[in-house]
Design a protein around this ligand. Structure first.
Ligand code: SF4
Length: 404
């Protein structure tokens, strides 16, 4: 096997990293960080890492200017160190999801079979590559017949190991063609298995050895550039956490008119869905995450998509359940604005346009999150209801006094 250094630079999570960069592998983490953060590339590495964390905090699925040069190695290694230092399961999961997706996108962009084979070999997977594609089945979509063929097979043990956390029906071993213990696997599905490998590789359990962690943090905090990066990541996370802390209760079953407390961005997507218009990717993600955050029942979320031209109940149910399990946080207003999904002007919505918290518009706070909209609307509705109840009571008292 002759895995090249370019492949390692592109995909630093490969085991051969240790072989190509043995000089780094032999260094103590503190020495490694000191060296990286005192070099010429320090600011570039810091900016890439910060970019990665900020994107993960915002639940983004990709980074548009992702670079694949040699610095990628340092970014990956320091990323792992920062995750250890942060010791936070939620952050680790978010980074693992994003980083593995970025790499999946990179694999797809390349779609290079020689590289796929080399990667499989480097991961010590038992895979075969055939010069000419092998036919292994037929896919029937409505009246269309599509021959299924591939140049790859993977041993079922390796397949099961990597696919064990993937819940889609079509990935179950029983739904895949096998021959002599090998599963026929097309390029994209093989890439998806690699994505899972990367995700798992980044997920490490929170450490229980807090004393060692604290000592390490004290050591690396002496390195000013690292400390600066660490502080910036923590600030970004604290800020994001404030935006996503919506601890109000919302009950779909008892709420008389949930639509009345939904923000325009949500109303617009629901209206489009009701009219059978196709929803773009970000609209789909957002509406699912938003409704799940309010504990809307899964089957009802799925039902919203039933009018879509490409609706597939089984696939949608799987995706909604997956999102529910992952507890994704819906996009905040600034993200929705960048995707052109904010509808404040179209609906001339006062709360969205002018903010809240004071009579004077200039003193009001800006709305940051659609869930904040629900919380404020609900609070106002309850206040109004109480006011009306009290007024009715007072009038009754007045009337009974007059009668006497
Ligand atoms: S301001 Fe926020 S809540 Fe209001 S429509 Fe825009 S994105 Fe939605």
């Amino acid at each position: 096997m002759s895995i090249g250094i370019e492949l390692i630079n592109h995909y630093p999570w490969l085991p051969s990293l240790k072989k190509f960069y043995s000089d780094i592998a032999d260094k103590a983490p503190t020495d490694f960080i000191t060296e990286v953060f005192s070099g010429d590339s320090c600011s570039e590495i810091k900016s890439r890492l910060l970019n990665l964390f900020e994107a993960a905090f915002e639940n983004k699925e990709e980074i548009y200017d992702y670079k694949i040069d040699r610095l990628n190695i340092y970014v990956y290694l320091i990323l792992k160190i920062v995750l250890y230092v942060l010791n936070d399961k939620i952050i680790t999961n978010r980074i693992a999801n994003l980083y593995s997706k970025i790499n999946y996108n990179e694999l797809q962009k390349d779609n290079n079979e020689a590289d796929l084979y080399d990667i499989g070999e480097d991961l010590k997977l038992n895979i075969n590559y055939f010069q000419t594609p092998v036919k292994f089945g037929v896919n029937l979509v409505k009246v269309q017949r599509e021959n299924l063929e591939t140049k790859f097979t993977i041993h079922f043990i390796d397949y099961l190991r990597l696919a064990s956390k993937l819940r889609d029906e079509h990935r179950k071993l029983a739904h895949n063609s096998l021959s002599n213990g090998y599963v026929f696997i097309q390029n994209r599905r093989l890439m998806r298995l690699f994505q899972e490998y990367i995700r798992e590789k980044l997920i490490v359990n929170e450490t229980k050895d807090i004393a060692t962690l604290k000592a390490f943090i004290a050591d690396v905090s002496e390195i000013p550039e690292f400390k600066d990066l660490y502080d910036k990541i923590l600030t970004a996370w604290t800020k994001r956490k404030e935006d996503i802390d919506f601890t109000f209760e919302f009950n779909f079953k008892t709420h008389e008119d949930p639509m009345s407390v939904f923000p325009p961005c949500v109303k617009e997507i629901l209206k489009k869905a009701q009219e059978g218009q196709n929803l773009v990717h970000h609209e789909r993600l957002f509406i699912v995450w938003f409704l799940l955050a309010l504990e809307y029942p899964i089957e009802k979320v799925v039902e919203i998509f039933s009018t879509m031209p490409d609706f597939d109940r089984e696939k949608t149910t799987y995706q909604v359940k997956f999102a529910e399990k992952k507890k994704y946080v819906p996009y905040q207003c600034s993200t929705l604005k960048t995707y052109n999904l904010c509808m404040d002007a179209k609906y001339k919505d006062e709360l969205c346009l002018d903010g809240y918290g004071a009579k004077e518009i200039s003193e009001r706070k800006k709305l940051k999150h659609p869930l904040g909209y629900v919380r404020i609307k609900q609070y106002r509705d309850e206040k109004n209801k109480k006011y009306l109840e009290n007024r009715a009571k007072n009038e009754q008292i007045k009337e009974s006094k007059n009668e006497k």
